[in-house]
Design a protein around this ligand. Structure first.
Ligand code: PLP
Length: 427
């Protein structure tokens, strides 16, 4: 019996489902979750000491690879001065300055402790700023477990087939309008009818929670136009795409400027961090300058800031994203080649260093195509790769991530494993 199995049995006694976040439970692929013990560079090691090439990277943050010595050094140095003060520290200003420099649409920023907090706060701010209650989101986009946004959501909510969670009041869900991703005509129609009631559009500028689906040309530009025309706030949820699709996020990559941006994952370098920010005029509505309340005991925690700031410094080095993107492209081209050789219908999506794997003969540009992919093939692929020491996201509806530590050896090992697994799937 594996140590992971024993640990999972023990975990289920006092933790619902044995996990502290649902997708980790492997319900989307079956079997026991792998319990990790440590990780370094591109590799994670499970409780039995087995090594995996890791393409989850803590769901995105570990862009520098695990346990980067300089990030650990920054954390250690800061840690020795005390864990938390609940009072301002200089490192918070350094973080704010860095974020506003890297993401120019962000003129002011407020730090929080998770992506969920960031989107929840951005939503409240958009409502408070406009004095309107309705929000527009897109089917299959996940913005954390915020009540108003847990409507036709992606990620775990999609894996479990419960896009509308019990506990979200119907009266609140009614204020959330969900439209198809990449369908700008639907957005224009909705705004033509009730544009003056809509506070904001929130969108993942590259969808990463129904697997990876980049925006079609004109989609983000269209959202910008509609929001400007109707006085609604455009929120790019870049919790996943920020510092991942490019150094300036998806907005830098596609050249479309939102009013507000939410960040998470990479910005914390593996520590619990999120942020929301944007136009000064809007951000000045946040407490204590303005009336929109928002707060947090551990917001801007100095240790978390130190990890994030060092991460942002290292990813800003010239050539970082060229290399990361090239590695991602090489991985995907290799996978497509091996699937084709085995005769397995398979396609991939990529936006910078974010990728999606789909068991589909057709391109995948929306929610319906993503959910129509061959789930059985995905499960077989996932388990075949896991057995061979490659850790992919345990759900067909999650994006994958490479780190800068993924090199030739890791890509080759992944492709060798994939060739065998595709052959098995082809039968
Ligand atoms: N927004 C997006 C786009 C995400 O991908 C996620 C998490 O995966 C969130 C928000 C929520 O972030 P967190 O899990 O840190 O609350």
């Amino acid at each position: 019996m594996s140590r992971s199995h024993e640990l999972f049995e023990a975990a289920q006694r006092h933790i619902p489902g044995g996990v502290n976040s649902p997708v980790r439970a492997f319900r989307g692929v079956g079997g026991d979750p792998v319990f990790f013990e440590r990780a370094e560079g591109a590799y994670a090691y499970d409780a039995d000491g087995k090594r995996y090439v890791d393409y989850v990277g803590s769901w995105g943050p570990m862009i520098l690879g695990h346990a980067h010595p300089e990030v650990l050094g920054a954390v250690e140095e800061r840690m020795r001065k005390g864990l938390s003060f609940g009072a301002p520290t200089e490192v918070e200003t350094q973080m704010a300055d860095t974020v506003c420099e890297l993401v120019p649409s962000m003129e002011m920023v407020r730090m929080v402790s998770s992506g969920t907090e960031a989107t929840m706060s951005a939503l409240r701010l958009a409502r408070g700023y406009t004095g309107r209650d309705k929000v527009v989101k897109f089917e299959g986009c996940y913005h954390g477990h915020v009540d108003s946004l847990l409507v036709k959501a992606g990620s775990g909510a999609l894996t479990f087939g419960e896009p509308n969670s019990p506990g979200v009041p119907a009266a609140l869900a009614e204020l959330t309008i969900t439209l198809p991703y990449n369908d700008i005509a639907a957005v224009r129609e909705t705004f033509a009818e009730i544009g003056s009631e809509i506070a904001c559009i929130i969108v993942e500028p590259v969808a990463g929670n129904m697997n990876c689906i980049p925006p079609l040309p004109g989609f983000l530009e269209g959202l910008r136009e509609v929001c400007t025309e109707h006085g609604a706030v455009l929120i790019f949820d870049e919790v996943m795409s920020g510092f991942r699709v490019s150094l300036g996020g998806a907005q830098g990559h596609f050249g479309v400027t939102p009013d507000l941006t939410t960040l998470g994952k990479v910005i914390g370098g593996g520590m619990p961090v999120g942020a929301f920010g944007g136009k000064r005029e809007i951000m000045e509505h946040v407490s204590p300058v303005g009336p929109v309340y928002q707060a947090g005991t551990l917001s801007g925690n100095p240790i978390a800031m130190a990890a994030g700031l060092k991460t942002l410094e290292l990813i800003s080095e010239p050539g970082f994203y060229d290399r990361l993107t090239a590695t991602t492209s090489e991985l995907l081209a290799g996978l497509r080649e091996r699937a084709a050789a085995a005769g397995v219908p398979f396609t991939t999506n990529q936006a910078g260093a974010m990728f999606g794997l789909f068991f589909s003969a057709e391109p995948v540009t929306g929610f319906d195509q993503a959910t129509a992919c061959n789930q059985e093939h995905f499960k077989a692929f996932f388990h075949g790769m896991l057995e061979r020491g490659v850790y992919l996201a345990p759900s067909a509806f999650e994006a994958g991530f490479v780190s800068i530590k993924h090199g030739e050896a890791e890509i080759q090992a992944t492709l060798d494993a994939a060739a065998e697994v595709f052959a098995e799937i082809a039968g």
